[in-house]
Design a protein. Structure first.
Length: 356
């Protein structure tokens, strides 16, 4: 098959591309690199800078690319509805062109979108929504909550051949839409990952990457780190890092034992998978409902919630029971290999695309 994967902000589409190629498909990955993350991409589709000229130039070039170059693909998959701009962009014409010039069009339910804000927020007992508004958006309404964004999201969802959620949280977002299919877990390209669990050292190193602090619930993690550092000053080291490009991030976490990823999600994401594959202990969203929905038994991720006391308790267990930490370190790479390996997941995407 000829496949175009449009957009990437976590390495999801990059890993899926690798898996699809291993199965003999011709794949094009086009994305912006997602700003400072500098995610790997083969075709850059974002503006070079935030200048007005570059942003206008990018929209013109992007329009021409979608109309003139996205032709003859068997499958086009959008990472998110907003990979097509919502403002000042002829979305109806783009969709018509994509459908006319290619085979099937699919939408990944992955990352924040308007359906997530409208449908998952009232269905989940906790989530990132309030923290995003107060912290990430400086007390302003999320753009995804606006009528314009919801209409754009609905247009994309109604126009595609199928919608594929990557986890429980996003399955909830589209649960009432007639085109939503079963969850397919996130893929990870293991050939890119060096699995080298750290030997036991005097200090146990906990790490949290500070990006989208409201979405990830960083305020809970930061407070837990303060408490643990005060209680165990000679036993632990807690690191909070500013945002780093993808390759720099991988290098940085080589020297940590535990990645404390996020607390506002019911499910784990690409960052958690990277940690597991590298032989790290990972603390993230891993609620029982989410694990059942993914059908991934024996998940080694330690579930944490937006509660300082909850996070502190789980950290103390690792500090006082090093044998549990060693067991989880050894489980992580095999768990990813069994349930998230890129070729395995790519084959599930192939089956889903062909059956839609």
């Amino acid at each position: 098959m000829r496949v175009l994967l449009l957009g990437d902000f976590s390495g999801f589409h990059s890993a899926l591309a690798a898996g699809l190629r291993a199965l003999g498909n011709y794949v094009t990955l086009a994305s912006s690199g997602d700003g400072w993350k500098r995610m790997p991409t083969e075709m850059h589709i974002g503006p070079k800078s935030n200048s007005v000229y570059d942003r206008i130039r990018w929209r013109i070039d992007y329009y021409n690319f979608l109309i003139n170059d996205v032709v003859g693909y068997d499958i086009v998959q959008l990472i998110n509805p907003f990979v097509l701009p919502c403002r000042l962009f002829p979305v109806n014409k783009i969709i018509s062109s994509l459908k006319r010039s290619n085979g099937k069009i699919f939408l990944s339910a992955c990352g924040s979108d308007s359906f997530y804000w409208a449908n998952a927020a009232p269905a989940l007992p906790y989530g990132p929504f309030d923290d995003v508004i107060q912290i990430d958006n400086d007390a302003h309404e999320s753009f995804y909550q606006t009528p314009r964004a919801l209409a754009h999201n609905r247009l994309l969802a109604d126009s595609v051949n199928g919608i594929i959620p990557v986890m429980y949280d996003y399955q909830l977002s589209y649960r009432d839409h007639p085109k939503v299919g079963p969850i397919i877990p996130l893929p990870l390209n293991l050939s890119d990952i060096n699995s080298t669990p750290l030997e036991k050292t005097e200090n146990l190193v906990f790490f949290h990457g500070l990006s989208r602090p409201g979405f990830k619930g960083s305020r809970y993690i930061e407070r837990a780190f303060q408490i643990i550092s005060n209680r165990y000053p000679s036993q632990v080291k807690c690191i909070i890092s500013t945002p780093k490009p993808y390759r720099e991030y991988l290098k940085l976490v080589e020297d940590v034992h535990v990645i404390v990823d996020q607390v506002n999600s019911f499910s784990y994401g690409m960052n958690a998978l990277l940690g597991l594959a590298m032989g790290k202990v990972v603390m993230s969203g891993a609620e029982p409902e989410a694990i059942r929905a993914l059908n991934v038994p024996d998940c080694p991720i330690i579930n944490i919630r937006p509660s300082v006391e909850w996070i502190v308790q789980e950290m103390e267990i690792l500090i006082n029971k090093r044998s549990k930490m060693s067991m989880l370190q050894s489980m992580g790479p095999n768990f990813v290999r069994l349930h998230h390996e890129a070729t395995l997941i790519a084959s599930r995407y192939q089956n889903s695309w062909l059956s839609a």
